[in-house]
Design a protein around this ligand. Structure first.
Ligand SMILES: [Zn+2]
Length: 182
């Protein structure tokens, strides 16, 4: 029986970035964009707040872009502080590189397994889908989903009874599948 699991975000991840006002290294999205048009050029930032001192950081989204080259739909979403766009911008690798931040997903995701049906079979095939690129430890994910301890999962890997096309030793952030043989 094939089991389908999903890793899904439950809230926005935190932004890993050093605060200049205090020693904190975490910011949260404020829920607001700031848009500034000068002549025909437009800048847009996503505002983030330090999780300790509330200092504001501006994360560059658009920099001196000709207004006419921006899709009207995107402008509307910026002006309306569209929550979907905020999530999308935070996860955009280009925005992360430009603003030199990574994301902290701790406590911001959950694993949906669809219940324990089929997990007691002799051979269990599980397909894991990621709704967002959330880096999670494969061992922790499998342990949680199968109701095993991490030590048990590690032992099953060593014994060759838990196999996958990807390396299960580290973090995984994209779709993968594994087979568990009891
Ligand atoms: Zn701060």
């Amino acid at each position: 029986m094939l089991n389908n699991w999903a890793v899904v975000p439950t809230c926005l991840p935190l932004v890993r970035r050093r605060c200049h006002a205090c020693e904190s290294e975490r910011f949260r999205a404020s829920g607001k964009f700031r848009v500034n048009a000068h002549h025909k050029l437009l800048d847009a930032w996503l505002l983030a707040l330090c999780s300790v001192c509330e200092e504001t950081a501006k994360l560059t989204v658009l920099e001196r872009i000709n207004v006419q080259s921006i899709r009207p739909e995107l402008l509307d979403r910026l002006h309306n502080n569209d929550p979907g766009l905020i999530a999308q911008v935070l996860q955009d690798p280009a925005v992360q590189r430009r603003n030199r931040f990574s994301l902290d997903w701790e406590g911001a995701w959950r694993l949906d397994t669809g219940g324990p049906d089929g997990l007691d079979d002799e051979v269990v095939d599980v397909s894991v889908r990621f709704a967002a690129r959330i880096p999670v430890r494969a061992v922790r994910l499998i342990a949680d989903g199968c109701g095993l301890s991490r030590g048990e999962v590690e032992r099953l890997i060593v014994e060759g009874r838990l196999v996958s096309g990807v390396r299960l030793g580290g973090r995984i952030s994209g779709d993968f599948a594994f087979t568990l043989k009891r």
